[in-house]
Ligand binder design. Structure first.
Ligand code: HEC
Length: 378
């Protein structure tokens, strides 16, 4: 019985795409959980956080699913990073037929990234409010149209708009990209079989995510139960990914900021996404040879070496992410910003778009410092 199940599962599973399959499963889970969350979320400035608190504290399964939504958002990127490293090492993305896979995979990072940003804003507690203010501040460094972009993002922000972007626009864009990436070919093989099989081989990882979501949770019981200011430091969070391009805003001034925060990431992203389109054909031919060797050979030794390289590269990338963000107390904001400390500290201010009333919002070093070290910068 056990063997039968195993052979059924492993038949037609591409183990080399385990993390690609896992990413797909995680995206589907996010969609399903998102549909659940949507029924409890109230996109208004006064009630958004209340509705999130209600969902988390009073609705059966609400806390688990919300925290799962958050842990999946974090681990999805890690899974995609491993998937990408493995694809790079295999070199098969360089071939004419497969480079569209590479491009669509690369571009789908954009909606994923924006999903995290909008997802953090929606609960509209102080973290969401902070991030909503940082989008205009960041966009100001875009050349030529920076100041217009800044005004645009401040003026046009409303929670219902960001909800539509988060639950409709971005998921649709992502699904279209995923469709080009591999769904269209998968359809011939059977999408549901694929999902079923990959869910089964992903079960151990899904279990880990469930346990994390049960035990490391976003605090929402304020003002009755108040977290400590530095709580959540060292705890991985989806926020980490967007803190990284914002880091230069804390440490530097002047031209270095647009260079490090806009030009460099943008150039890196473009050159990465279009890699197979400009690499010379000689390399492509070599890739063909390597690929054939991959397909029709490669002993256990080769596999071990490759596995080691994947782990090494993954460790380097994830350590950099960790170093950039582990300090940030992503759970601690409510320790000061809760209703026990009065309306001023409890609810994001009504004048949140008016930088004349709240001049700190224009001060990037203050804003970043306050996020990372709220106990000393305030
Ligand atoms: C140690 C207490 C404390 C913690 C923890 C704290 N804050 Fe604050 N925060 C303050 C105080 C006090 C002010 C008001 C500063 C002022 O107006 O001069 C403030 C102001 C702000 C502002 C500026 C705009 C406004 O309305 O005054 C933002 C945005 C903000 N906090 C976000 C956050 C976020 C996000 C976190 C969690 C990462 C956080 N805060 C954690 C004490 C804290």
């Amino acid at each position: 019985m056990k063997n039968k199940l195993l052979s059924y599962v492993s038949e037609k599973i591409h183990w080399r795409h385990f993390f690609g399959g896992l990413s797909f499963i995680l995206i589907i889970l996010q969609l399903i959980i998102g549909i659940f969350l949507v029924f409890f979320y109230e996109p208004s400035l006064s009630d958004a956080y209340k509705s999130v608190q209600h969902l988390t504290n009073n609705v059966t399964g609400g806390s688990l699913l919300r925290n799962l939504h958050r842990w999946i958002a974090f681990s999805l990127f890690l899974s995609i990073i491993i998937h990408t490293i493995r694809c790079i090492l295999r070199l098969d993305f360089l071939s004419q037929a497969k480079r569209i896979l590479w491009l669509t995979g690369g571009i789908s990072l954009l909606p994923l990234f924006l999903l995290i940003i909008t997802g953090v804003i929606l609960p509209w507690e102080w973290k969401g409010y902070w991030l909503m203010e940082m989008i205009p501040n960041y966009s100001e460094f875009v050349p030529f149209i920076g100041s217009e972009l800044k005004t645009f993002f401040i003026n046009t922000f409303t929670l219902p708009r960001y909800e539509v972007i988060h639950i409709l626009l971005l998921p649709m864009t992502l699904l279209i990209l995923v469709d080009y990436h591999f769904l269209n070919r998968l359809r011939k093989r059977g999408v549901f079989q694929y999902i079923f099989r990959h869910t089964i081989i992903s079960l151990p990882i899904l279990m880990v995510l469930l346990i994390l979501s049960k035990h490391i949770t976003i605090p929402t019981e304020d003002p009755q139960v108040i977290p400590f200011p530095l709580e959540g430091g060292h705890t991985p969070a989806a926020e980490w990914y967007f803190l990284i391009p914002l880091l230069p805003l804390m440490y530097y001034k002047g031209k270095l900021i647009p260079f490090l925060s806009i030009y460099l990431p943008f150039a890196a992203f473009l050159s990465f996404a279009f890699l197979p389109y400009y690499l010379r054909s000689r390399i492509v031919q070599e890739a063909d040879i390597i690929r054939e060797n991959n397909n029709f050979g490669g002993g256990i030794f080769k596999k071990v070496v490759k596995g080691f390289i994947v782990i090494l590269l993954f460790a380097v990338i994830s350590s950099l992410i960790y170093l950039g963000a582990y300090n940030s107390p992503t759970f601690g904001c409510n320790s000061c910003h809760n209703l026990n400390n009065g309306i001023r500290m409890g609810v994001p201010p009504a004048a949140f778009k008016d930088r004349n009333v709240l001049p700190n919002l224009n001060d990037n070093q203050w804003m970043m410092g306050h996020w990372f070290y709220p106990d000393t910068v305030y």
